[in-house]
Design a protein around this ligand. Structure first.
Ligand code: DGY
Length: 323
């Protein structure tokens, strides 16, 4: 039997690429240069499965290309706001993602940013790297204690819950959440968590606010100037979700004018471009979208895509079908 044609848009971990080579006629991307819109269209016309990742924008124009061969899009990533889901549906394309396997690593990065921001780690590191450190003194770079403080999570899915577990059981933090639907009572009881009725209530009560909602139109600029003003002057905002959930200009203003104490960001509006004003601010910790970036997790994400397309080509429903 002929092997299906598969196009992978970016470089993947070597052991997952080896699996792809074994089971498919695969076009890999050795150069790791992002594919153009025309290349993505051509891939949809020539491959049975297209395997993009969260930085490949698959809009209605690309998905609507004539004479498509592709039947399935196996996204390498849990978030799929890079794909116009309505257009994919209209085109009869199946879309899958990679949930579960990146939960802990992304929660770890959220916790890392929280600690970095609270304890002024980026400033401390710069002091040493710039050879400006004159030695310990009682008032140097005083940050805020994390243990025992209140963490507010906006969105309360798998990653938020994993962060809440680390924060509550590891750091004795009090947990608040804002979730559109009632979270599992057993999880709430284990975390001794309180569900806030509004985002506003959570913002005004939390010492640390961490964002865990999906990206896209529904959550664009959910954190805006008005809401930033509700946060405590000693509070920190952590974003490992999607850049456009936060209005960056408003956040820059909040950090400059000390409406809040700090922020920790792993994602940015329009990334990889970053508003240059962030670079001049001392009270922000910046990471380059590292949430799922551990060897184990990226291999697991690749394997999840492999399992999804294998199920599809065997005539079964893929486990992680989103459309
Ligand atoms: C995702 O999967 O959505 C992350 O942003 C990248 O791992």
């Amino acid at each position: 039997m002929n092997k299906p044609n598969v196009v992978v848009t970016r470089k993947w971990p070597a052991e997952v690429e080896a699996q792809l080579k074994e089971h498919y006629n695969v076009q890999l991307n050795e150069s790791d240069i992002p594919m153009t819109a025309d290349e993505l269209k051509f891939a949809l016309q020539t491959a049975d499965a297209l395997l993009p990742t969260v930085t490949d924008v698959l809009n209605a124009d690309i998905l609507g290309v004539a004479n498509k061969r592709a039947k399935i899009i196996g996204n390498f990533g849990v978030g799929y706001n890079n794909i116009d889901i309505n257009a994919a549906k209209a085109q009869g394309l199946i879309v899958t993602n990679t949930p579960h396997v990146l939960t802990d690593c992304t929660a770890d990065i959220a916790m890392l940013l929280l600690l970095m921001s609270a304890r002024r780690a980026p400033e401390g590191e710069r002091l040493i790297r710039n050879q400006q450190w004159k030695g310990w003194n009682p008032t140097q770079l005083l940050g805020q204690k994390v243990t025992g403080k209140t963490l507010g999570l906006i969105g309360f899915g798998r990653i938020a819950q994993a962060m809440a577990k680390k924060a509550h059981h590891g750091f004795g933090m009090k947990i608040l959440c804002y979730a559109p639907s009632q979270p599992d009572p057993a999880i709430m009881a284990d975390l001794q968590a309180t569900r806030c009725a509004t985002v506003e209530e959570l913002l005004s009560e939390a010492n640390f606010v961490s964002l865990h909602c999906p990206g896209g139109e529904a959550t664009k600029h959910l954190i805006n100037e008005q809401r930033l003003k509700l946060m405590r002057p000693s509070a920190h905002l952590i974003n490992t979700a999607r850049g456009d959930v936060v209005d960056s200009k408003a956040l820059i203003k909040a950090l400059k004018e000390n409406w809040i104490a700090g922020a920790g960001l792993d994602v940015f509006e329009g990334e990889p471009a970053i508003d240059p004003e962030f670079l001049d601010l001392n009270n922000v910790a910046l990471l380059p979208h590292l949430g799922s970036g551990s060897e184990e997790t990226r291999i697991a994400m690749g394997n999840r895509v492999l399992a999804n397309i294998a199920a599809f080509f065997a005539g079964h429903e893929p486990d992680d079908r989103v459309v």
